[in-house]
Write a protein that binds this ligand. Sequence first.
Ligand code: SAM
Length: 310
Amino acid sequence: MHAPSAFPAADRALLDLLGLLDARGYGHVTPTPATHARVVARPGRARARDVNDVFGWSLPFDQELLDPELLHAAERAGAIRGGRSTVRVSRLHGRLFLHSAYPTTDEHSVFLGPDSYRFADLVLHELRGFCPARVADIGAGAGVGGLVAAEACPDARITLTDINPDALRFARINAAHAGVDVETVECAGLAGVEGPIDAALANPPYIVDPAGREYRDGGDLFGGRLSLDMAKEALNRVEPGGRVILYTGSAVVRGRDVLRDALVDLTGRAGASLRYRELDPDVFGEELDSPAYAQVDRIAVVAAVIAKPE
Ligand SMILES: C[S@@+](CC[C@H](N)C(=O)[O-])C[C@H]1O[C@@H](n2cnc3c(N)ncnc32)[C@H](O)[C@@H]1O
């Protein structure tokens, strides 16, 4: 667990920044990168006009725009570079989350986007009436899944994993701001997590990303490989009676849902049950222009909930 008093000074400053923004009623909801780009390209949007523009829309700002406390916290955090904030702050389920500023072109960017909102809703829905003793959020990013799980199951032990140390750093700060105890483990999948797990959550990358960014690249199977691998590992690791709650995207190739077929096969062989449904039939349509998607009709967002037999 991570006591804020043990945080490095820059992390304490980011925690202060969240507190100050919360106290001022700050609320930004992060849209897709395409929407973000459209909005900030409008006339008159070249520079920030308010706090939302600074920490939500990642626009360059004049220092006088921020009140001195906010500016000081951001400076102490080292979160201002080239006249912009290097962090973004978004509100989700009433809580503030730090993540990377737009555009998230860096390989180690810390993701939070519309998928995080849908993932959070799925986690809350699926944990209703099933309160696991321990929850592992795989590829936790800014910590959305684990922190929402803590809201549903306040007594659960929450473990967050990610291969990106920057994500786990932000997740610890976000957890501290939410007043939730979490443990963070830097590892691929669940490799570094010891002990029994009752529920495993994941919103893995699901796009074929030629740039290979950690938060975005889902590997082969038209971007479904990482989702399938995480589901397989999680199903092995959860206790009998445990659940895997997977939120992801799946490429539909000439009418066939590639990931669904692979999960039906996986769960059938393990004697586990699978509930699978589309949450959105068509996301990231612009990706279909890339050669990797030449055979793909659409990318659907799906929920796959796997129950391991007792
Ligand atoms: C799409 S983001 C989702 C983040 C967060 N769960 C959310 O919903 O906002 C995927 C995350 O998975 C992480 N990741 C990618 N490959 C991973 C792996 N093999 N094991 C653990 N985490 C991984 C990325 O670093 C990134 O933080």
